[in-house]
Design a protein around this ligand. Sequence first.
Ligand SMILES: Cc1ncc(COP(=O)(O)O)c(C=O)c1O
Length: 415
Amino acid sequence: MKTYTYPKSQAMFERAAAVIPGGIYGHLGPSNGCFIPTSAYPFFAERAEGAYLYDIDGNRFIDYMCAYGPNVLGYHHPEVDQAAQAQRELADCTTLPTPLMVELAELLVDTVTSADWAFFAKNGGDVTSLAIMSARAATGRKKIIKFKGGYHGVAPWTQSYGNPGVLLEEVDEVITLAFNDLEALEQTIKQYPGQIAGVIATPYHHPALADNALPVEGFWAGVRSLCTQEDIVLIIDDVRCGFRLSLQGSDAYYGFEADLICFCKALANGYNISALCGKQHLKGAVSSVFYTGSYWLSAVPMAAAIKTIEILKKIDGPKLMRERGLQLIDGLQQAAEAAGFHLHVTGEPAMWNMRLSDDESGILHQKWVAECVRRGVFFTNHHNLFINTAITPEDVDHTIEVAREAFAVLQAERR
Ligand SMILES: Cc1ncc(COP(=O)(O)O)c(C=O)c1O
């Protein structure tokens, strides 16, 4: 199999670094250490279609990062793009919202179990922060509990004291506990009686650079009942899992109901929109918070979101992604075993996490992922991967073929 090189990407990165802080900042580029070794990865895309991403050097990848989640139906899904285009011809960002905003809110209320209303913004972090502010507004309390390794965006409250630009005052009221440790949660709530405004968590634990963890038996039932007893707002950050595990919300998937639930990535197949949904009793608190943005009520992403949800319902997207994920995981694990390696898989099949457990340093895994990327399978080694509904069984077979060849490179190095 031909291996890829990236001269145009690398030259473009040099240009970017001259005029943009970090070149490509955040998780889409190498500046945060996301793509190691950098020689194995492209940095700039030219186009994308269905399950595939094409870089500016003309290389094609089966993209298992899915733009870190937004690509749920395949890039450029024709029906979603048509719905967006039809709306673009009417109006997008204007002085008034369109009725699509109401239609989308109604659709979410009909679809998501814990949604009695919906509020729209752009990014996941917009709505996790609104959820925190609303919990404080509703309870008149200051403290927030979150879980170690859980990612909720970049607002100061999500960060640690000592991070550049973060003040002690901004993080002082945020308590961080271990996910799945119900006893620690109970103790903390006892330690601060009447002071906890909200608990925020992802539906299962999917931290970067670590194994993922599903909720243990009784965890969510216990969290729900502690929050109910103590009038604490239970916030589910479904930004990453939302619409990949269940269309009813990932709280429903795990058998409980959140008070507030945050959606973003898979909501509109890449069109920029996020939503905070929640229970009736918090509607007043949310509307009391001063919160808005220039593009938040734009109509095009709303048209795309409505169409995306309709299609996900029609094809039972979560079931399809789970099945495709299971097929892929099985094939990758068999390929690893045949080559004398062990692939440790955690998380949900639709957004699985994997690492070669033969080397705890992670370097072997990094090398294997790099060899896959050089052969057109876009994995990363620091984050969970994603399935989208455009990935075909043939794509999965090809991925396994590539994985086999990448294992052969590692085997050759071992000799
Ligand atoms: C679980 C979770 N919450 C919040 C966010 C923040 O979303 P955004 O980057 O759109 O602000 C992310 C983004 O990766 C996420 O995965």
